[in-house]
Design a binder for this molecule. Structure first.
Ligand SMILES: O=C[C@H](O)COP(=O)(O)O
Length: 211
């Protein structure tokens, strides 16, 4: 999928679900619950054991979903993820070599940034969507402050996004949000039906927000 199409799908999805799991099997069940709940974008973190195998499985099984790799700390991991089928790469920080590698493969890179300085540096290396991380350290109004000097920037707050603040972040101008534990926490007790219900609630609320 071309970079432009992936960015368009991320823009449309409004939510990407950050998948963590103690085992690949657990992560796979979380993925299934999220897809059943209507999620269109997933981020498989490289804290999941054998995360690249899960990327391959998702690529084979769910063609309507965009799937990225998360917690990518270096360009070696980014390359493994891309060759395993990742549509986009997410990091908790900005890494120049990862940015260059993603540009080489025409894959969007969404690095974690906290300051304007980091954001401008990332944009200079071709980044379109910045992951504002950790999101819980900021108030949604920061998006307007960032967009003053950087009007074209796209922001994906991640960390601490809940059903209570989702609309506030989207109303404030977030392009999309990254949601992890507020959707996936029931998986620790094997309650995948609850993961599906939460995923569905988040997706419905986000879609409603765009209307
Ligand atoms: O890297 C992203 C986080 O793991 C997601 O944070 P969260 O669980 O607070 O949504």
């Amino acid at each position: 999928m071309k970079s432009y199409n992936i960015l368009k799908k991320l823009n449309e999805s409004k939510i990407t679900v950050v998948i963590r799991g103690d085992t690949i099997e657990q992560a796979e069940k979380i993925v299934a619950a999220c897809v059943n709940g209507g999620v269109k974008s997933l981020e498989i973190t490289f804290t999941v054991p054998k995360a690249h195998h899960l990327l391959e499985k998702i690529r084979e099984k769910y063609d309507s979903v965009v799937v990225g790799a998360g917690t990518v700390l270096d360009s070696e991991t980014a390359r493994l993820a891309i060759l395993s089928g990742a549509d986009f790469i997410v990091s908790p920080h900005f890494d120049v070599e990862t940015a260059k590698l993603c540009n080489r493969y025409c894959i969007p890179y969404l690095p974690g940034c906290m300051t304007i300085n980091e954001m401008i540096h990332a944009i200079e290396y071709g980044v379109t969507i910045i992951k504002l991380f950790p999101g819980q350290l900021f108030s949604p109004s920061i998006i307007q402050n960032i967009k003053g000097p950087l009007p074209y920037i796209q922001i994906m707050p991640t960390g601490g996004i809940s059903l209570d603040n989702l609309n506030t972040w989207l109303d404030a101008g977030a392009t999309l949000v990254g949601v992890g534990s507020d959707i996936t926490y029931p998986a620790k007790d094997d309650h995948y039906d609850r993961v599906e219900k939460l995923a569905s609630k988040f997706v419905r609320m986000a879609i409603q927000n765009g209307k």
